[in-house]
Design a protein around this ligand. Structure first.
Ligand SMILES: Nc1ncnc2c1ncn2[C@@H]1O[C@H](COP(=O)(O)OP(=O)(O)OP(=O)(O)O)[C@@H](O)[C@H]1O
Length: 586
């Protein structure tokens, strides 16, 4: 019995996945349809076919989407013949596909090199020829993991998609099936120019099947296929840069040797479970590696092209290009699986575009060259200690935010604190208002997120309040500045105390600071009163309902007993300031 709970897959029944997926593909793409005989015959084909052009068919087991049904469209495949998950389609299905799309111009079958696909596509081609169809086959064997002379030979991997694209554009351009200048010749040229190798961090989970626990945490497999079979080598997980280098060394050392100045295309292919973020990081490393070898990476493709269901991992494919081959890759096509890729339209390398400086940026109002006054030294220590305290609390803040928010609070605050420590030597500490402006600019540049914007507002409003008195600031000026900062957060952030935000720490802190001073407290005592009020505010947030920030999206029951991380951060830096003032006073 299928256990949806433990399988964690958005399917109905494991036995229906392929049919329902293909129905979905047709429902969502008005340019394709299914062939009669479905579901025994699982062929997805273009609704409008031009029989004067060579037809292209590919296919194989399902589970590699968008390969191959996602590549059916004008300019790429005429049809995709789909098998069950990781199982080659039947001879009858391939033959039905050939009969359906092949006109007088003939048909090319692009087949990944697997024994089952070779047999079923090969037999279907032979039978179709006997029926009078012009049919040719190109096998793609782009796997670079092993130097292999065994019978099955190298596997067909993501490089197959380049062959689809090149042959598809050639067919669309009206080239004949056979001859020197033909669809077959171009498909072969692409197949010979391409090499692929993958890395996996997890084993894929077939619908309804418990995945193997072969890959322990901390390990990766290099040189795998796309059917969950073990890789050629198991190794401890390495960095993106190292993995890209290891894969590319292997690809280019034997199968796709590259000369300096040669042009290549690069494909970064998710095996199904890898986030775009990681694909881009590896893509960056791969492009850098190739460029460092003097190779020109003229096209990059990044995304899901040939997956292994939900496997975490990716493959890199390198294709040696010449201008005609590149032009085939650039030809527009209507297959939804092929990406809209930017071909460089400008000749010079892309350099970052400079941002015109705003009025405030870089304008240091005070003079950092002046000798520091004693209060400037205290301010420096207070800022440094507070930033260090926030950095030390990163893990704690993240832990809270993972329960009540989006899990980035510790990172965001630590990023801001680190940047403040970097910028601190440049702050005009003799001039508190100017320093507050610089603090605002630092957090604006570094923190990001809602809390970064809110602290930017906070510091700029605080600077406004300090300007009246700057450069000499009393403790009550600092209290007023704290109050003004919190008021600006409320004005623009829309929250108020009681809504489970950092205001629940900052507002009582400002009030306590000012009232302690009115009661005759010394500055460091008033600062301690502010820190204590902030801590009490933090405790209160644990039982508050959230009506602002990410916590407002979290179910109320999950919030209970965990304080608001932004409030906790405020209490941490206020406590640190109080300690610094206390030691400056002793
Ligand atoms: N409107 C607001 N006013 C005051 N403080 C807020 C507000 N929204 C969020 N916060 C505070 O910011 C902290 C982090 O908030 P949140 O997780 O919403 O933002 P973020 O992660 O910094 O940014 P993003 O919204 O881009 O994810 C919260 O713990 C809360 O204290």
């Amino acid at each position: 019995m299928y256990d949806a709970q433990s399988a964690k897959k958005l399917i109905n029944k494991p036995e229906d996945v392929v049919c329902e997926m293909l129905e979905g593909i047709c429902d969502m793409n008005p340019n394709v349809t299914r062939l009669e005989g479905f579901p025994d015959i699982k062929v997805i084909l273009r609704r409008e076919l031009d029989s004067s052009k060579v037809a292209l068919i590919s296919g194989g087991g399902s589970g590699h989407e968008p390969a191959h049904a996602g590549y059916v469209g004008k300019g790429m495949l005429s049809a995709a013949v789909c098998g069950d998950v990781f199982a080659s389609p039947s001879v009858d299905a391939v033959l039905a596909g050939i009969r359906a799309v092949t006109g007088p111009a003939g048909c090319l079958l692009i087949v990944k090199n697997y024994t089952g696909d070779r047999i079923n596509f090969g037999l279907a081609a032979e039978r179709a020829k006997m029926e009078g169809f012009k049919v040719e086959i190109v096998f793609v064997a782009d796997d670079c993991a092993l130097v292999q002379d065994s019978i099955p030979g190298r596997r067909g991997l993501a490089g197959t998609v380049f062959v689809h694209k090149v042959a598809g554009a050639a067919a669309e351009a009206g080239l004949p099936l056979l001859g020197n200048n033909s669809v077959l010749a171009e498909a072969r040229m692409a197949a010979e120019a391409v090499g692929t190798m993958g890395v996996a961090l997890s084993v894929c989970a077939l619908p309804g099947v418990k995945p193997s626990d072969r890959l322990s945490s901390g390990n990766m497999e290099l040189g795998l296929g796309i059917h969950g079979e073990p890789g050629a080598e198991t190794a401890p997980i390495a960095s993106a840069d190292e993995v890209a280098a290891r894969i590319l060394e292997k690809i280019t050392s034997y199968y796709v040797p590259l000369k300096e100045g040669e042009e290549v295309g690069l494909m970064v292919n998710s095996l199904g479970g890898t986030p775009s973020m990681e694909l881009s990081i590896v893509g960056r490393a791969a492009k850098k590696w190739l460029t460092s070898k003097g190779v020109q990476v003229v096209r990059c493709y990044c995304g899901s092209f040939m997956t292994a269901i939900d496997m975490i991992g990716l493959s890199l494919t390198v294709i040696r290009l010449s201008p005609p081959l590149t032009a085939r890759l650039d030809t527009p096509c209507e297959a939804p699986g092929w990406p809209l890729t930017a071909a460089p339209s400008l000749s010079s390398a892309a350099a970052p575009i400079p941002v015109p400086a705003g009025k405030l940026e870089g304008t240091i109002v005070g003079n950092p060259g002046e000798p520091a006054t004693p209060s400037a030294e205290t301010l420096r220590a207070a800022i440094a200690d507070a930033a260090n305290a926030i950095m030390q609390a990163e893990e704690k803040l993240t832990g809270m935010d993972q329960i009540v928010g989006d899990g980035d609070c510790g990172l965001t605050f630590a990023r801001g604190a680190r940047a403040i420590l970097e910028d601190l030597p440049k702050y005009p500490l003799n001039h508190p208002a100017a320093t507050a402006i610089q603090l605002g600019l630092t957090v604006r540049r570094s923190m990001g997120g809602s809390s970064g914007g809110l602290y930017d507002l906070f510091f700029h409003a605080a600077a406004g309040a300090l300007k009246e008195t700057s450069p000499t600031c009393s403790a009550s000026d600092w209290g007023t500045a704290l109050q003004a900062g919190a008021a600006a957060m409320m004005r623009y952030g829309g929250a108020a105390p009681g809504m489970r935000t950092m205001l629940d720490a900052l507002v009582p802190a400002a009030e306590s600071l000012l009232s302690a001073l009115v009661d005759g407290a010394l500055p460091h005592e008033a600062a301690q009163a502010a820190a204590d009020a902030a801590k009490e505010g933090v405790i209160k947030t644990s039982t508050m309902a959230a009506s602002a920030g990410r916590s407002s999206y979290v179910p109320a029951a999950q919030l209970n007993n965990t304080p608001d991380p932004g409030a906790a951060a405020a209490a941490i830096w206020l406590e640190s300031v109080a300690m610094t003032l206390r030691s400056a006073n002793s």
